[in-house]
Design a protein around this ligand. Structure first.
Ligand code: ACO
Length: 327
């Protein structure tokens, strides 16, 4: 049986840290409110010179090094992002350039916070088709550029980061990606979206003045949908593999809010000591949360070969999805 397996992981964040205390002087908020409502204590924020593609390339360099794969051996680079350097070219092509991955082709998938799970799914399908190929799946965001720093409802939530995974084929029946599960519901797009900058509301001085190129969110509604959809798709992944919550060694949910993660884990009956949480250090980095968490878990020795790992994401669109794998 041909499966894809992750050979290496990497992650990168900008140097600059923005704490909750610093946010107190920017908008009407408090460390107490942010910590208790979200679990976030600080986030990394890009400075001049940082770009999404450069951060993605740094994460990928680490992942390739761990995998023992040279840039010129890479066949495909797929990036989940909602904050690309530019609308064109795509981020994958720019990562290819930064790495000198001269034999690869690159492209992006737009699925907001589900971006990495979508990218990993595309990578998995490609590797199953060509098991000898080397594929990089990335989640990378500089959300600070599409955050309204005058809106306390959203600006306390987001941060910048990138994470990457290198995949190839394996015949080891005890390891690799077991199944992937993707969903979306475009009817609910208005609950979490960026109004300006596209065809419907093209860039203009007025658009920039109103900060309409920034994320707009109905937090309460998003919260409810996130809990329900993440629990449902994780259960779908368990059922598809005839597994139960006790089988899961590490659950890595999208890090949007500690309360969402706890509610999802509770619904699934997965104890919190098997849920990976790092939101206190990075905030919500959209498509980057899951690959950054995966890399941290991997490098800290928390993952052993054969461990059952469940990834679970939810984001604008709405989009949501899960990936079940044996490490
Ligand atoms: N500081 C202080 N008070 C605040 C802040 C703040 N930063 N933000 C909001 N408040 C106030 C509100 O104005 C409101 O005050 P009011 O009662 O006087 O009107 C009060 O706090 C409660 O506001 P709620 O929105 O009800 O707060 P809630 O407990 O729902 O938490 C939050 C808000 C953190 C946004 C939560 O709803 C959430 O996490 N939602 C989901 C986010 C998410 O999962 N996003 C998905 C992915 S994001 C992506 O795709 C890019």
């Amino acid at each position: 049986m041909n499966r894809s397996i992750i050979l290496g992981t990497g992650s990168a964040v900008p140097k600059k840290i923005l704490t909750n205390q610093e946010l107190e002087s920017m908008v009407d908020t408090s460390d107490e409110w942010i910590s208790s409502r979200t679990g976030i204590k600080q986030r990394h924020i890009a400075e001049d010179g940082d770009t999404t593609s450069l951060l993605a390339a740094e994460a990928t360099r680490q992942a390739l090094e761990m995998a023992g794969v040279k840039p010129e051996e890479v066949d495909m680079i797929v990036v989940g992002t909602t904050s690309p350097d530019m609308i064109m070219p795509n981020t994958g092509a720019l990562v290819q350039k930064h790495l000198g991955a001269s034999n690869a082709f690159g492209f992006d998938v737009y699925a907001a916070c589900s971006g990495f799970v979508y990218a990993l799914t595309v990578a998995d399908k490609f590797v199953k088709d060509k098991p000898e190929s080397k594929v990089v799946a990335i989640g990378a965001e500089l959300l600070s550029y599409i955050t309204d720093w005058q809106d306390r409802n959203t600006c306390v939530l987001f941060g910048d980061a990138a994470g990457a995974a290198v995949l190839s084929g394996t015949n080891d029946s005890d390891r690799g990606i077991l199944s992937t599960h993707l969903h979306s519901d475009g009817r609910l797009w208005e609950l979490l979206h960026i109004p300006g900058g596209g065809v419907v509301y093209p860039p203009s001085g007025e658009m920039a003045e109103r900060r309409d190129h920034c994320i707009r969110m109905h937090g309460n509604e998003v919260f409810k949908h996130a809990v329900r959809s993440m629990a449902d798709v994780a259960q779908e992944a368990l059922t598809a593999n005839e597994l139960g919550p006790d089988d899961v060694d590490l659950f890595i949910p999208h890090q949007a809010n500690i309360r969402i993660m706890k509610k999802v884990a509770e619904r699934l009956e997965i104890p919190l000591d098997r849920v990976y949480v790092n939101i206190e250090r990075y905030g919500n980095t959209s498509s980057a949360t899951i690959p950054v968490a995966l890399d941290e878990a991997n490098r800290s020795g928390r993952l052993k070969p054969g461990d059952l790992v469940l990834l679970d994401a939810f984001g604008g669109g709405f989009t949501w999805g899960a990936v079940m794998m044996r490490w």
